[in-house]
Structure formats: C-alpha cells, structure tokens
Design a protein around this ligand. Structure first.
Ligand SMILES: [Zn+2]
Length: 837
C-alpha cells in the first residue's frame, strides 16, 4: 500500500514540461485518503486547480457545492462588494463542534472579557481566520483556497480529526472578489495553448488599474482600521464575532522573490504590540519552515515587511489579542513565468500558499493553549493598563455627520462610547450633545483606543512599510481632548445618522452654513434642480445667529419652483443629507445684507477626473468614491489614452490626480490651457504641480532639497534614503478662513496628511497663502529632521487665474483612503467656489 502511494506521488508531482499542468495530488498531502463523496474542485468548476486563474464566480460555485456536500462546513454570505459579489465565509470544524458552534463561540469570546480567569483553555478549540488574496491580482492565495477547502472537507484519518476537533477555521476564500474577478479575466484571456513564460508577454502586464484593488481602486489591505469599504466591514464584523487567535493574510510579491512569512523586521513592530506577540509569531514560523523544508521551497523572514500600521491584515490582529501573519509568495502573474529561480509556474505558487495554510493550522493545533492563554492575558493586561480611567471627548459643534462617521468606526471595532451628560466648553472648544461623544479608556478595547487616538512622534526605527500615523480625530479634523469620565452620559447603543430639523417655508430666502460634511451634497442637489444659489464671501449675523464664511443663500424669488414647492424641496434635501437649512424672512443683517454683491452666484459643476495609464489609481479612485458614494455627484472618468480626442467643453472642472510619471503630454497641456482660458477650473494634486509648472499652466516654486550622504556605507545606503521618505504623517496647517478654499472650516488650524516631499514655497503676498504649514508642523508620525525644517512655513495650496478660468493646486492628497474626512472639503471648495478664489 505504501508502495502504491509513493508511486502515485512520483507520477503526479512532476509538472508536465510542456503546459505546466498538474493534478490535484500535486497540492495535497500524499499520505492521506480522501472521502470520494466530497466533490473535487475540477468536478465542479470544470478545470484543475492552477490550470486557469479562478474567477470569483467559479470560486463561489465550488465553495457553495463543497459546503452542501460536507458536514464539516457552514457557509455564510456576509454581504456584497460594490459590484454585487458575495462575501463568503466558510466555518470549518468537526461536525460535533459545528453542532455546538454558538456555545463554543460564546465561550471563546468570553476569553477576552473581564471574567475570563476561570475558563479552562485546555478544553477549548483554537480559532484561525485564513484570508486569501486581499490583493486580487495576487491570486495564488484564492486558488490555493480551493485546494485547502477541499482538503479540510475530504481528508480522512486521525490527523485531520485532531485538527478539526481542536480548531474552528474561518476560511475567507477571497477577500477581494471584484479585484480577483478582474485579474482572472486578464490572466485567462491571454493564456496561450502552449503556455509562454516570456515575461514580455501581455499576459504578465495587466492593464490599468489592475486587479490589486477593489471596485473604487482602494488597496483594501490598508482599510482594516478605517473600515470604510464593504469588504472590510464584513470582515471586521466576523473578527469581532469570533476573536480569532491567528489571522493569516496570503499575498504575492515580485516574480524573482521566493516566499516570505513573518516575523518581519523586528525593529519596525508597533510599540503597542506586546513582545509576546512577536515571540509567538516566531514559534509559528517554525512550522512554516519545517513544511517548506520538506517541500524543497525557499523562503525568508525578518528582512522585509513590518508590523507597524494597524490597518493591514497581518498587523490589525496584533492590537486585538491575536497573531497576524503575512505570507508573500513570488508571483507568476499569469500561468508560468521565467524568473531568477527558473520557470515559476502558477501551480507552484498555489502549492506554497496551500502549504503555508496547512502549516498555520498545524501550528495552531500544537500551540492551541499558548495562543488561547496569550489572548486572555492580552485583554487582562489591557484592562489593567486602563484601570486609572479617564476618557476622551471628540466632536464638532458645527458638524454632527463627521462626528457620527468617526463614532461609526468605533462601533465597528466594538469600542464603547457615551453621549455627553451635558454641553461643555474646554480649551475654547464647545462640545455639544449629539455633536460629540465620550470614549472611556477603561474598557476591553483600551489598546485599540490608544492606537487610534494617540499622537506619536518618536520612533525606534526611521523606516516604514506604510504610513507612520493615522490619528483618527486629526484625520476627521475633530476637536478632541482628555476629559474626566464624569462628563459621560448614557452609553450609545443605537448610533444613528444625525437628522436635520424640518425646514419651514419662507417667502424670502433660505440660508445654509457650509460647515457640515454633507453641505456639498446638499448644494449639489439644489443646483442640480436648476435652482439659483449664492455663496456669502463674508460673515454676518441674522436674527441673532452668526453665519460664517461660505454660507449658501437660496433666494425664493425668480426660481424654477414656486415658494411652496421650494420649501418642500429644501425640506427633502435637508432630510436626505442631514444638513440644516434655515428659512429667513428678512434680508437685513448685521454684516452683508442678503442683496449684497458679496453673495456670489454659483453654477452647477460638471466634473471630470483624469484616469488611466500614468495616474495613481488609488488617488483617482478615492476621488471617484468621494463624489459617487458620499456626495452623490456625477464625475466623468476621462482616460489619459483618449484625452486628446475628448471634447472638454462640457466640463466646468477637471481634476488631475497625482501621477506616476507623465500621464498627459504637451498637446494635452495646450488643450487644457485653452479650456482654462475659456473659463474652466483645473484642479491638480501632488506631482501634477510640477507638470502645471513646466507647461506654464500655473507658475510655482518648489524647493529642491540637496542631500549628499556622509559616513554612509554602501550596505546602509538603502536605509539612508529610506529614512528621508515621508511614508505618511500628519502635519498642521494654518488656514485663512476668509479664503474660499477654507470655507466651512470653523478652526484656523487644519491637520493634513502628507506622504511626499513636495515642498511648495509660500507666496510673497500673505493673502495668497490660505493653507500654510505652520512653523512646527509635525502633529503625528515620522519625518526626518531635515525634511521637517524644509516643510515648515511652506504652502499646501496655490491658485492662479488664466484667461477666464482658474488653475488650482494641492501639494497633498485631501481624500486619503476614504477616512480623511477632515480635508475632503478643500476639494469641494475648489469645485464649488473655484471661480471666487
Ligand atoms: Zn499584496
């Protein structure tokens, strides 16, 4: 019998030279019998694992069929992606565990609660969340999920029984269904009958924007903490339902690499992560190493990647009592590709991912009690650290919606917060009930609260794989500070989007302040209805109420709607957007009267966004997402490839996002210049500034930083330059609130996210510098001393007139990763008030 197995193994483990095809045995352990009543992937999807890149449709088809056939699997659809694809989760364990799943879950979760000391971890299963291919074009993970799920359902014998009896496996076969589908389509349509490993083949060079991202081009492996995307929302809900002990995150890297598993670079672990977490990561690594040694596959650890930013799948678990593990497999991109290590076949990459998935489970079973005890200790220690109490208040007296959206994130992370007992003022800031919340520090998620609210400016290392700061109240531009817990009222158990008061009908005019997050959405609805609206360039007071810069005026006379229809319509706008609209019956104010020429007529913007080759898809996607999902505004995506033949005259505003290299050419620049001269508003970000400058669209002076290495060895040159990168940190700017770009901001300080070294010199005329980095701008995150000196007192914004139009430039991304709510209004001001700048 043993002989027969060996023979089988030798025949099938050889990759057929011509077409790199394999059988299922290539992936599976060969010393195991498989239950013939469990369908193999091929029997359902019509091809062997690795023959083609799995589409999400077929992946779904198989997982549903498998769950149907197996008494070891529950399957649940946790929601849908933007493109309507299901977000599957398979819960895999022994049939007897599945029969008692809710009891097991409750007992497991109670390990994280205050009364956990008496629980007996010796008898509790360990929980492992296995997530595949959050980057859709790193698809060996999701393809390995087919083989892994089959193995877990079909394998027989004492080893699998021990595994299933002691483990609850949460298998997430595709963390990015839309991206996976997009990539599979690309790789499959280019596959030749005789697989061609030439790296120049189109098969290995995906077209923009590629399958890495989700529908709106977000890197979802940065959204575990902000949780702004539907895929993350489902995943974080599963996390808190179970509190897994290990969470794995299967990725791919460059074709010439081997395989990476954590630990990553030790000095780049976030200081809030306990050392024990890294020690356990090292112990788990031993199991991966053993499995890869047996397989003959090469791998490495500790030389790259890190555990700093908690918004990544392999780091998020580390601040939530679990162990996050990153896997990175060298990518074949298509079906087989030449590499430094010979021909890298797609099946080979799948087999490594499959092997790492199994070695993770082996580690989990072997370290079960250690992992469960670690989790209990993690939360017990967090509570101990929190025992001195205290609380954080955050809010915005003028903007309940923005406050709500931060509270929404806290909710998703199971952080408790309270209403205010009563309104109060502290350090010149007003905190108002319904516009502010209080977060007690003494609670289970104490460490996560620290990770979300702290400002950190000193670091052990000066190199970061991703951002070094994400302080949430700064990203939301909310007032916040530490307060006594006695200020807290009732706990919030039913968070709801704030509602606007009903709008009464006026015979004269309506006023709408510009402070609220959804003010642009409301204004767009009003202008979209063909109504006349104006913006106030100065502050005034009417009926005892102060109206700030940028207040929107909607007159009653001479409109498309009569007075009563207008009142009804504005009431519907207020209720749909939550924005307060106030009816007034006089034009006489203290300050500019409503008939003043300081109220300027507005037109409905028709906005286009340049996308395609050369444009940074993340930055472009964030803008598309902002307009489409937050403000309900049309935005037309113009491709760089066909820009030259596009009629621009139908657009009032064109946005050129940050680019990688030159996205548009000289002719495009001339075309844009003509369009601006006729009255268009051109808005550019980051690298677009240098292009504006060299094509004389907007003259600017950028600082050139000269830097020569001294006493830096050849070996250390990478780190030397790495330390001068601003990977992503938060800086303070000073606003001129009377400038239209700053309308709607109630404070004159605004935190801005920056991940570049573009330093724009301030203008000589002070009124031309409405957004200026302060003299000591660092609020949170890492920046080298030299760069900080360069950044101080530079400008973040520039505008210039050209003919009848405007060119507007931002040095920094105002829409970063969909959670920088605080700076979104800068872009909206450029869109709606660009003419007045
Ligand atoms: Zn990746």
């Amino acid at each position: 019998m043993k002989q027969a197995y060996l023979l089988l193994f030798l025949v099938t483990s050889v990759i057929f030279a011509q077409d790199y095809q394999v059988n299922l045995d290539y992936y599976l352990p060969n010393d195991v019998l498989y239950n013939p009543s469990i369908p193999t992937p091929k029997s359902v999807i019509g091809h062997e694992v690795g023959d083609w890149h799995i589409t999400h449709d077929k992946l779904s088809q198989y997982m549903v069929a498998l769950a149907e056939a197996s008494d070891r699997i529950n399957i649940e659809n946790r929601g849908t992606t933007f493109e309507g694809r299901p977000l599957w989760l398979l819960t895999i364990s022994s049939p007897s565990n599945l029969a008692n799943l809710d009891r097991i879950r409750q007992e497991h979760v109670s390990l994280t609660e205050g009364n956990s000391a008496g629980l007996n971890t010796a008898t509790m299963p360990v929980v492992v969340y296995q997530g595949f291919s959050i980057h859709g074009n790193e698809s060996s993970g999701s393809n390995a999920a087919l083989a892994a799920a089959y193995y877990l359902a079909a394998a027989q014998g004492s080893k699998i029984d021990e595994l299933l009896n002691n483990t609850i496996i949460l298998l997430d076969p595709s963390m990015n269904p839309d991206g996976l589908q997009r990539f599979a389509y690309w790789a499959n349509i280019h596959k030749s009958k005789n697989v061609n490993p030439d790296p120049n083949d189109r098969e290995y060079d995906e077209v923009w924007p590629g399958g890495r991202t989700n529908h709106y081009w977000f890197d979802m492996n940065r959204d575990w903490l902000p949780v702004q995307l539907p895929e993350s929302r489902a995943r974080i809900a599963s996390f808190h339902q179970w509190y897994p002990n290990i969470l794995t995150d299967h990725h791919e890297m460059g074709t010439n690499a081997t395989f990476f598993f954590q630990p990553g670079i030790p000095s780049r672990t976030h200081p809030l992560t306990p050392q024990r977490n890294q020690d356990l990561t090292g112990m788990i690594a031993q199991f991966h190493a053993n499995a890869f040694n047996k397989l003959g596959s090469f791998y490495y650890t500790e030389e790259s990647f890190d555990d700093f930013y908690y918004g990544k799948g392999s780091t998020f678990p580390d601040i939530n009592g679990a162990i996050g593990i990153l896997f990175e497999q060298a990518s074949s991109r298509g079906h087989a590709q030449e590499s430094d290590n010979g021909i890298l076949t797609f099946p080979f990459t799948i087999r490594n991912q499959f092997t790492a998935a199994l070695s993770t489970l082996e580690a989990a079973v072997n370290m079960r009690e250690e992992l469960l005890n670690y989790q209990r200790t993690f939360y017990a220690n967090a509570r101990r650290e929190a025992s001195q109490g205290g609380a954080i208040v955050f809010g915005d007296e003028k903007d309940a919606a923005k406050t709500y959206h931060l509270a929404e994130i806290l909710n998703r992370h199971k952080i408790q917060f309270h209403e205010l007992k009563s309104d109060f003022t502290s350090n010149g800031k007003n905190y108002k009930k319904g516009h502010a919340y209080i977060v007690p520090k003494n609670q289970k998620q104490h460490r996560l609260i620290n990770a979300m609210f702290e400002k950190r400016t000193s670091f052990q290392d000066s190199l970061f794989y991703d951002v070094s700061a994400w302080t949430f109240p700064l990203a939301f531009n909310l007032d916040y500070e530490e307060v006594a817990i006695s200020r807290a009222g009732d706990a919030v158990t039913n968070l709801a989007m704030p509602k606007a008061p009903a709008v009464s009908t006026s015979q004269y005019a309506y006023l709408m302040e510009w402070h609220e997050y959804y003010s642009p959405k409301a204004l767009n609805k009003i202008l979209g209805k063909g109504l006349r609206a104006k913006v106030g360039m100065k502050q005034f007071n009417l009926n005892g109420k102060d109206y700030d810069y940028g207040t929107i005026l909607i007159p009653v006379q001479n409109q498309e709607l009569n007075a009563s229809e207008l009142g009804t319509f504005l009431n519907s706008v207020a209720s749909e957007t939550g924005v307060t609209v106030t009816a007034v019956n006089t034009g006489l104010t203290e300050g500019i009267d409503l008939g003043s020429s300081q109220f300027r007529a507005l037109e409905q913007p028709k906005v286009a966004l340049v996308v395609g080759e050369g444009i940074n898809p993340y930055d472009a996607g964030e803008i598309w997402h902002l307009f489409d999902t937050r403000y309900g505004m049309h935005i037309t995506k113009l491709d760089t490839q066909s820009f030259g033949s596009t009629d621009l005259s139908r657009y009032t505003d064109i946005i050129l996002p940050n680019s990688w290299g030159s996205a548009l050419d000289k002719e495009d620049a001339e075309k844009l210049k003509t369009w601006v001269q006729k009255g268009g508003t051109l808005i550019g970000y980051k690298n677009a500034g240098r292009w504006f400058n060299s094509n004389e669209l907007l003259k600017m002076k950028f600082k050139s930083v000269k830097d020569t290495a001294k006493n830096i060895s050849f070996e250390n040159r990478g780190n030397y330059f790495g330390a001068k990168v601003i990977g992503g940190a938060i800086f303070e700017t000073k606003l001129d609130r009377s400038h239209p770009v700053a309308f709607g901001y109630k404070n004159d300080r605004l935190p801005i996210f920056r991940n570049s070294t573009i330093f724009l010199e301030a203008e000589a005329q002070s009124y031309d510098n409405p957004v200026l980095y302060t003299a000591t701008p660092l609020l949170s995150g890492y920046i080298s001393k030299g760069n900080l000196e360069e950044l101080a007192n530079t400008s973040a914004f520039k505008t210039g007139r050209k003919g009848r139009g405007k060119v507007i430039y931002f040095t920094d991304n105002t829409n970063f990763r969909a959670f920088w709510y605080g700076t979104n209004k800068l872009l909206m001001n450029a869109i709606f008030f660009g003419d007045e700048m």
